[in-house]
Design a protein. Structure first.
Length: 193
């Protein structure tokens, strides 16, 4: 597989990089992304691909379940750097359909780390399950999972606002927060918050 990626890089160099030196040249020495994108690690949800963004437009943090963990050094450094140093104007939390992390909220796991990580999303499941009756069909279960995926975006936006750099930047009007949702079946990206 790595050989395929290296061949793909050769195509990129020839068909994209070499043809757009005005874009790629300045990126060699600095970056000025406009958006901090917090998305899922899911291999089907590549932020640059689904948005049509060019290199340098998105500063990306991806993890299982598009989670904004509270009190996480890795996430905090990405956030602080994006807001205070890169001066992004927008922060996106992007959820998606058929999310394995959301499905995993319903199942016990022998894994050491995944369940601990998913504790950051369990409130989304609780909120949805309080609002709707227990599903009685596969279609109702599919709808429930979609509602949890969407509620998880709302929850992660709440988590985002607990970080002081975000609170200050939002209060001063330097940054706007957005919740997006990507549907794998249709390819559509929509703003939900």
């Amino acid at each position: 597989m790595i050989d395929k990626f290296l061949e793909g890089n050769k195509r990129f160099l020839k068909e994209d990089f070499a043809k757009d030196p005005e874009h790629y040249g300045p990126l060699a020495s600095s970056q000025h992304p406009e958006v901090l994108w917090v998305g899922c690690s899911d291999s089907r949800v590549d932020p640059e691909r689904i948005t049509g963004a060019k290199a340098g437009q998105l500063f990306v943090q991806r993890n299982i379940g598009n989670i904004v963990p509270i009190h996480d050094w890795n996430f905090a450094t990405v956030l602080e750097y994006a807001v205070n140093h890169l001066k992004v104007g927008d922060i996106v939390i992007c959820g998606h359909s058929n999310c394995g992390a959301i499905k995993a909220l319903d199942h016990e796991s022998e894994d050491a780390y995944v369940p601990l990580w998913l504790n950051n999303a369990v409130e989304a499941k609780r909120r949805v399950d309080e609002r709707i009756p227990a599903p009685k069909s596969p279609e109702e279960e599919k709808n429930r999972l979609r509602l949890i995926e969407i509620e998880n975006v709302a929850l992660q936006l709440e988590h985002l606002r607990t970080y002081p750099p975000v609170r200050a930047a939002e209060k001063e009007g330097r940054v706007k927060l957005h919740g997006l949702y990507f549907d794998l079946a249709t390819g559509e990206l929509e703003k939900i918050f």
